[in-house]
Design a protein around this ligand. Structure first.
Ligand SMILES: Nc1ncnc2c1ncn2[C@@H]1O[C@H](COP(=O)(O)OP(=O)(O)OP(=O)(O)O)[C@@H](O)[C@H]1O
Length: 326
């Protein structure tokens, strides 16, 4: 590594940027990362003044950096946002309880309001209980559908106009790879944009979708941010892990592979006569569905316990509100 920072030419270089290869000092790296995130927000028109934004806070590095950065950039550039932290407790012992503790620590430091919604309260089931019914496979698929809806419902109850998630460039590239490998054209078309996405009740955006995971880790490190870094106990079974391993190999050979995959998806052109899955509403619960019943209402264990359907579909919003903690 060169002795001096290639940006300021004065301070000693502290790192080589994984994204660009530039050798930078700590201050120049932090400034570049913050400015790039601001530019992504401005170019993507992700927010409007006066909006209430619920930040999906998992306690992991990405959403911790996102929450920190949005607060910093909002103050610096006067976006005029009302920022909130929104966490979903899936009920995964030894994982989510510890990561929620990290969210609460961030909440205390930042002063941002925090709301927690749980699967148990919303659906009557914890993810651990679902996993016992389903066995080791498909847990991440179900959990993803449950979480998407839980974030929507939490955001609606908090009066949020938008949900911001910490998805980064590696997440986007993995998703593109996975959808290619599965031939899932519907998700390829709608899955990797900056948002607002068309799915769900509340528009979503991903302000860090151009940020490399390695740089997010470096940013968190240099800012001394406190986050939870253990993988979910169900993740090793997920197909996404293969896409992640493949991406790491590709990145080692060519670092731009991460960004290039995201760009490929954006520029992808699909045949005009291609039939896309219709998006409607679930006949049972009324939330987004591409089939008569959405994935949650199709969970096989509903036969062995109607609790899930009843608590998911039959409660009024007023009844559900009393379940939410703040
Ligand atoms: N339990 C949750 N509660 C609230 N938001 C969540 C939760 N899980 C995921 N998200 C949101 O979705 C994004 C991507 O999810 P992913 O599963 O990659 O998160 P993670 O790896 O657990 O944590 P992070 O992305 O914060 O490092 C997160 O950055 C966060 O914004």
């Amino acid at each position: 590594m060169p002795a001096t920072c290639s940006a300021c030419g004065a301070s000693p270089a502290a790192l080589r940027r994984p994204k660009t290869g530039h050798a930078l000092c700590r201050a120049c790296f932090l400034a570049a990362f913050e400015e790039e995130t601001h530019q992504a927000i401005v170019a993507g028109r992700l927010f409007r003044p006066g909006e209430t934004v619920a930040i999906g806070a998992s306690g992991g590095k990405d959403s911790t950096v996102l929450a920190y950065l949005l607060q910093l950039l909002d103050q610096r550039h006067g976006y005029g946002l009302r920022l909130l932290l929104l966490s979903v407790d899936e009920g995964i012992a030894g994982y989510r309880d510890a990561s929620l503790a990290a969210v609460r620590r961030h909440q205390r430091r930042s002063g941002l309001p925090l709301h927690v919604v749980s699967y148990r309260q919303l659906y009557g089931w914890s993810m651990d209980r679902i996993a016992r019914h389903l066995g080791p496979r498909n847990n991440c698929t179900f959990c993803g559908v449950f979480r998407r809806q839980a974030l929507d419902r939490g955001a609606l109850l908090m009066g949020a106009d938008k949900i911001a998630t910490g998805h980064n460039a590696d997440d986007v590239a993995e998703t593109v790879l996975m959808n290619f490998l599965r031939g899932d054209v519907g998700r390829l078309r709608r899955g990797a944009g900056a948002g607002p996405a068309g799915e769900g009740a509340v528009p979503r955006c991903k302000p860090l979708r151009h940020a490399y995971e390695k740089e997010i880790v470096l940013y968190a490190y240099f800012q001394g941010l406190d986050y939870f870094s253990t993988e979910c106990v169900y993740a090793p079974q997920a197909y996404r892990g293969y896409a992640r391993a493949l991406l790491k190999e590709l990145e080692a050979a060519r670092p731009s592979a991460v960004a290039d995959l995201g760009h490929s998806r954006e520029r992808l052109s699909l045949r005009s006569d291609l039939r896309m899955p219709a998006r409607g509403t679930c006949q049972r619960c009324g939330y987004v569905a591409s089939q008569p019943l959405n994935r949650i209402c199709q969970v096989p264990m509903v036969d062995s316990g109607s609790e899930l359907i009843e608590s998911h579909g039959a409660q009024s919003v007023a009844e559900k509100k009393k379940h939410f903690s703040s």
